[in-house]
Design a protein around this ligand. Sequence first.
Ligand code: GLU
Length: 323
Amino acid sequence: MRKGLFLSIIVAATVFMTQTFVQAKTTFVTIGTGGITGVYYPTGGAIAKMVNKKRDQYGIRATVESTGGSVFNVNSVMSGDLDFGIVQSDRQYQAVKGMADWEDKGPQENLRAVFSIHPESVTLIVAVDSGITDIKDLKGKKVNIGNPGSGQRQNSIDALNSVGIDFEKDIKAENVKAAEAPGLLQDDRIDAFFYTVGHPNGAIKEATSGARKVRFASITGIEKLLGQYPYYAKSAIPISFYPGAENAADPETFGVKATFVTSAKVPDNVVYALTKEVFDNLDDFKKLHPAYNGLTKESMLEGLSAPLHPGAIKYFKEAGMIK
Ligand code: GLU
C-alpha cells in the first residue's frame, strides 16, 4: 500500500516536472498574415512549417493568424500582439518613415526587417458586363478598394489618383476585406475590386470561376506614380494561372513585394532560427507555393527599408550573404 502510494507520488512528480520543463523550453510565436484566400496566409504557414520541424532543437512553436493585412500586421507587431508579420514593402517603408497610415503615430522605430518574399501585383478585377477594361473606366462604378488595415487600400487610392479619380467623389468605394470581394462581385453587388497580392491565389481563382464573367483590367498611365514613389515598380500578372478570366494577354500593372518583419523586442535566437530554416531549406520552402517560383536568396534581401533584425544579420553573415 505504502509502496503504491510512493510510486504514484513519484510518477505524478515526474509528469509535473516534465510538463514544466517542456513548457519552459518552448517559445510560442505568432505570425500575422492576411485573408485565408490570399498568399500571406499560406506563406505564414510555410515559414512556421520550416521552423516547427526543428522544434526539438530550437524550442520554438510558430503559429499563424489570419488578419486584415499589412497595416494591421505592422501595428500588432509594434504593440507586441504579434511577433512577426507579413507586410507589403511599401507599407514597411511608410511605417519606418512615419508616412501614410503612420503620419499621426510617427516613425515606427522598433520595426525590424527579416527578409522579403514573393512579388505582389496591384490587381484590378472587373465584371465583363460592367464594360470596364482599364482603371480609367472606373468612374461612377462600385469598387472595393480594401479594408482599413489592409495593405492594398493605399495602393488602390494611389492608382486611382494617378489617373485623376478621387475615391471619395468619383467612385462608390467599398471597404471590405479582399476575401469577401469575389463573392460580392459574383452577386453583382460591386463592379470591380482591387487586391494587392501574389499570384496565383484563392481569391482571384474564386472571382474568375463564377457564373458572372470577369477579367483583369489594366492599370496603365501610371508613369507619374512610378516616378513619385520609390517602392512601386511595373509588373504583369501571369494570366495562365486563371483560365476562367476573359483576358488574352497578361494584364499590365504595378506592384510591391511581400516582406517579413518583426520587432526589435523579439529575441535574436528566435529571429535567427526562422531565418536559418527558410534560407537553409529554400528549395523545400519554394515548393510550398507557386508564387515563390522566382525567389532567390539575393532577391529576398531586396525591398527592405527597416533596419535588419540582429538575429537575421547573424544568419546572413554566417551564410556569407552580407558582410
Ligand atoms: N497585400 C495584402 C495586404 O497587405 C495581403 C495579401 C495576401 O494576403 O496575400 O493587405
